[in-house]
Design a protein around this ligand. Structure first.
Ligand SMILES: CNc1ncnc2c1ncn2[C@@H]1O[C@H](COP(=O)(O)O)[C@@H](O)[C@H]1O
Length: 353
């Protein structure tokens, strides 16, 4: 059986590292802009001009400001939040994703009178609405993100929201944001409290995404917070690699297109560290998509590569067979945060060969 025999879109897939605002397609942002323009509610430039279709060469310097200076000004009320969330869910479902953990940084929208708690509530209601009205097999849970720039008070607020919505769709907490920002030590107590008081909550951390956030000191600190999964996993020295393996069964959320397009790794797909990790017994590699906006795997909207394409890429560049691909997806079930019932559902859905 050649790798070409796999229909990567039809392959039921698990996506665990998708940032909501980075997963909105440029077309969807354009639709939001059109409505706001017609209603006289925006002076922003058309997203298709701001982020032309086909432009995916954002790097870590140009990528992060896109949110605070553009996307957050466009998606700034309940209508836009619901519209864009529905669009993101439809895109993942159309790409054959059957289980999605969407992550987002709770954001108040003062001009629309929306608190951070209401922001989370709107997203959860939109997910429920999508699941009721859609025949797709996609089931979605939410992870709330702490930004590296957050103060201790802001980070604690995210933890409180996790507590408030635990059992109602929120299944995890994340550390994300510009890796050039830090230090992250002040946030430690929040993750320690999460571990202690909310054992059902999964912890995932952006890990060694850039050299600046890949010092041994930072990485050992992050590991001391006892994450269940880590994302990107690029700049690790041998000691940290050994430490990751020693923890056993840690999920590694790897984002190929994002890392390559954003120049986060040297060389092309062949030199991606997926090649180093995917056969490591002690860890579980999970691929993440790069939507069609300016980013890519973890921000499909930005980098523009759906999850199905990420599987095609690893098959092509690392020679995975159909059996390898199916076993890669199946292994991912073990590191989802969505609970045993969901794991059972997925075991019935994901191809065994
Ligand atoms: C390149 N990879 C990345 N590394 C770190 N953080 C990232 C990221 N991609 C996105 N974000 C984080 O997600 C936010 C946007 O989505 P939400 O408003 O939360 O839904 C960004 O502001 C950034 O903090």
């Amino acid at each position: 059986m050649t790798v070409d025999a796999v229909d990567y879109k039809a392959l039921p897939k698990i996506e665990l590292h998708a940032h909501l605002s980075g997963s909105i397609s440029r077309q969807c942002l354009h639709e939001v802009w059109l409505k706001k323009k017609e209603d006289g509610e925006t002076d922003l430039q058309d997203p298709l001009i701001e982020m032309p279709l086909g432009k995916h060469d954002y790097d870590l310097k140009t990528f992060f400001p896109l949110f605070s200076s553009y996307i957050y000004h466009l998606v700034n009320d309940t209508w836009a939040l619901r519209y864009t969330t529905l669009s993101v869910l439809s895109d993942f479902a159309a790409d054959g994703v059957v289980y999605l953990e969407l992550r987002t940084t709770p954001r108040a929208m003062p001009s629309a009178g929306l608190t951070k708690s209401q922001y989370v509530q709107v997203i959860l209601e939109t997910i429920a609405e999508f699941e009721q009205s859609n025949t797709a097999s996609l089931r979605t849970k939410l992870i709330l993100s702490i930004d590296r720039r957050n103060t201790l008070r802001e980070a604690n607020e995210v933890l409180s929201l996790c507590r408030q919505f635990s059992g109602k769709g929120v299944v995890g907490i994340d550390l994300c944001g510009d890796p050039a920002r830090g230090p992250i030590d002040i946030l430690g107590p929040v993750f320690e409290e999460a571990k202690r008081t909310l054992p059902e909550l999964g912890i995932t951390l952006h890990f060694a995404e850039a050299e600046a956030s890949g010092t041994e000191e930072e990485l050992l600190t992050l590991l001391s917070w006892r994450p269940d999964r880590i994302g990107h996993v690029i700049h690790l020295n041998e000691r940290v690699k050994e430490e990751v393996k020693r923890r056993g069964w840690m999920g590694l959320e790897l984002c190929l297109s994002c890392n390559v397009h954003a120049g986060m790794i040297c060389g092309g797909f062949e030199s991606h560290h997926f090649g180093e990790w995917w056969k490591v017994e002690e860890t579980v590699v999970v691929l993440s998509a790069s939507p069609t906006s300016p980013f890519s795997t973890d921000d499909v909207g930005v980098f523009g590569s759906p999850l199905s394409n990420e599987y095609a890429l690893v098959a092509k560049h690392f020679g995975l067979t159909r059996a390898d691909i199916c076993s890669l997806v199946r292994k991912g079930i073990d590191v989802i945060f969505g609970g045993d019932e969901e794991k059972e559902r997925l075991r019935g859905l994901i191809w065994s060969a």
